[in-house]
Design a protein around this ligand. Structure first.
Ligand code: WTA
Length: 641
């Protein structure tokens, strides 16, 4: 029995049981078999969830880039590592071999060093989906610098907050980006963000759109001339197993974004292991994940997991609708993609379009389809299965989080029978628990509860950068001795899991996690706004959209509501980014509150969902009369265009 490429359900259960009976032995076997270590570990696992502290492979020394690049050179030097597909289909795709990647990562690493970046320094990366993005991650890892990628759709203020939080010494960006018919001035956004940042000494600028942009003397440098001069050799820094690899920010239900810290060895072992198993990756496959590297999915399953397996990984710069809605399928045909991994929101958007966009292309290269980021609804699952998978390719519905680093619940293709809307079974090494609100574990099947993990897995985030207490409070305090995911789930009669959604104030819009508090804070900055509350409501493409209830100050009364709605969305765009814009804004005189002054979002959510028969007991509210007035006005609430 191999831990890899599990062939059937019985074998899955065998491997799973082995991983639970002796997790240390299980992960030790995986770590020994598939990686190069400069020194092996003294102890596989040390942990204490009460602190919480988790250490995997302590004593080991390695560099993740040697595992992702150098060790493939002898056998896969000419194989394509990164296959870059540009936004414009007329621009030629670029195939970067492992040998070429080695050279480019080393040159980039030398440029980082020449600009004063050392092991442990933080480097913020704000780049579009161009090869430099993947290369800059690897260059940081090569020298032990901690990368912190910020999705290039975030606003200058969101970028600035993240740069300041991790005290980045450098920002890597580009002169702009292409997205469909649009170009975006990324460097301008960086300049604005840096007005309030004191730690950044250098900005490296990649050329992508060839626009003439201002460069700040002494701070900004064009990347390419530096790369051209740099040596192609750069020795990999010796990293300890638990040395930080990267920080990636994710939204919390309250407060500022959380800088989740991932460390080196455990993250590498787990993402590589899950990549190979969940996608059934074979040597000549071409794998494509459509996510942006600005999110965890891109870190783990465009860059590190695939490259650690010597895979060919596609990086797509553009959007699914450009030049038309057939772009994804055109790329699958063109590059003979074997594994295709995307988000339910993209599937729903494409399912609305004419089927000809799919049928026009030869998708016979596909072997495995994947989804991630939010629960997939039954209709979207069937559309994907029927039209893309032609009813013959397994769909892996993978549940996981920025915090988990790698996939946690997913079918194994050809082994786990799939079931629409179910992420199915925990992957080897993942020990789940469903909890009731009193803190008791719910045993047995056909139950639902709050989803927790009761034993460490190698790629779990180790802390929140600069705030370990918040890490403990957010993930390890709701239930003693367990990691709490923030999601609800049900377990069916055979033990399959279905994720039912967030149980906190995080709303997933088009697969992006958005905390309500930062959006409310942004809205409240509008001079006419007194108070606001955000909830999610179902949306047929985005999954959820945002519904805002806004109380105006006296100064705002009498103003044109449509203008106000636009201004509110403008403020949100400036503070967070366009992904957090509200679809509906209802102006109201009050918000339902408990006697202690807490906004009762449960009621607001029901109103936004139009579930008016079932509001529950409102009599204990401080201001029960406000509920009816909100309902009355709801009927006239308008969409923001
Ligand atoms: C949700 C993305 C249902 C979930 C990798 C989780 C999902 C949050 C699924 C993490 C899925 C992700 N089915 N829900 N297959 N995958 N989620 O941090 O609520 O961007 O907690 O990580 O997305 O989102 P994040």
């Amino acid at each position: 029995m191999s831990n890899y490429h599990i062939k059937n359900l019985e074998e899955y259960y065998q491997v799973y049981r082995k991983s639970v009976r002796n997790p240390e032995l299980f992960w030790e076997e995986v770590a020994e078999e598939h990686f190069v270590w400069k020194k092996t570990w003294d102890k596989v696992l040390n942990y204490d969830f009460s602190k919480p502290e988790v250490k995997w492979f302590e004593g080991a020394e390695l560099n993740i880039t040697e595992n992702c690049i150098d060790r493939h050179l002898a056998t896969r030097g000419d194989k394509t590592a990164i296959l870059f597909e540009p936004n414009n289909p007329d621009e030629e795709a670029e195939k970067i071999s492992y040998t070429e990647l080695h050279k480019r990562v080393n040159q980039f690493a030398n440029v980082l060093k020449d600009n004063g970046i050392k092991k442990g320094d933080r480097v913020c990366i704000y780049l579009p989906m161009i090869p430099e993005l993947a290369i800059s991650l690897l260059a940081c890892a090569r020298i032990g610098a901690i990368h912190s990628v910020v999705f290039a759709g975030f606003s200058s203020s969101a970028l600035g907050t993240r740069i300041n939080d991790c005290e980045a010494k450098m920002v890597i960006t580009s002169d702009g980006s292409f997205r469909g018919v649009k170009t975006i001035d990324l460097k301008g956004i960086v300049d604005e963000a840096l007005e309030d940042c004191t730690t950044v000494e250098t900005v490296l600028v990649a050329k992508r759109i060839h626009s003439d942009i201002p460069m700040k003397e002494g701070r900004d440098q064009w990347l390419q001339p530096l790369l051209d001069k740099a040596s192609e050799e750069c020795e990999a820094e010796v990293m300890k197993a638990e040395d930080p690899l990267f920080i990636l920010y994710t939204s919390g239900s309250t407060g500022s974004p959380k800088g989740m810290l991932h460390t080196t060895a455990g993250y590498m072992v787990y993402t590589a292991y899950t990549f190979k198993n969940v996608f059934n990756y074979r040597e000549n496959d071409v794998y494509w994940c459509t996510a942006d590297i600005g999110w965890i999915t891109g870190h783990s399953y465009i860059v590190y997991g695939p490259l650690a397996n010597g895979a060919t990984t596609v990086m797509f710069e553009g959007v699914p609708s450009y030049p038309d809605f057939g772009r994804f399928w055109q790329i699958v045909e063109k590059h003979k993609v074997s594994q295709f991994y995307t988000a339910p929101t993209a599937i729903r958007a494409l399912a609305k379009e004419n089927l000809e966009y799919v049928d026009k292309y030869d998708l016979s290269s596909i072997k495995v389809l994947g989804t991630v980021g939010e629960p997939i609804n039954e209709e979207a699952w069937h559309w994907y299965n029927d039209n893309v998978g032609k009813k013959k390719n397994p769909i892996v519905d993978t549940w996981w989080q920025t915090e988990t680093g790698g996939m946690m619940i997913s079918p194994i293709p050809y082994a786990t029978p799939t079931k629409p809307t179910y992420a199915t079974l925990p992957l080897p090494g993942v020990q789940l628990a469903l909890m009731d609100e009193q803190g008791n574990e719910i045993h047995g099947n056909q139950v639902d509860g709050r989803l927790c993990v009761k034993f460490p897995w190698p790629s779990m985030a180790r802390t929140i950068w600069g705030n370990h207490q918040r890490y403990k409070d957010t993930y390890f305090s709701a239930f003693s001795d367990k990691y709490f995911t923030g999601d609800g789930a049900l377990r069916d009669e055979v033990g399959y899991y279905r994720i039912t959604g967030r149980v906190d104030d995080v709303i997933i819009v088009s697969g992006h996690n958005l905390g309500t508090a930062p959006i409310e804070d942004a809205i409240n900055e509008h001079p006419a706004v007194a108070e606001s509350a955000i909830v999610g409501f179902p949306h047929d493409i985005k999954g959820n959209a945002l519904y805002g209830y806004v109380i105006l100050k006296e100064t705002g009364e009498g103003r044109d509501h449509n203008n106000l709605r636009k201004e509110i969305n403008q403020i949100i765009t400036e503070h967070i980014g366009p992904i957090a814009k509200l679809d509906k804004i209802q102006f109201t005189e009050g918000l339902p509150k408990t006697r202690s002054g807490k906004i009762m979002r449960r009621i607001l959510r029901k109103i936004a969902h139009n579930e008016l028969d079932n509001l529950g007991d409102v009599s204990t509210l401080l201001n029960p009369e406000v509920v009816q007035s909100i309902i009355d006005k709801r009927l006239s609430s308008e969409l923001v265009s």
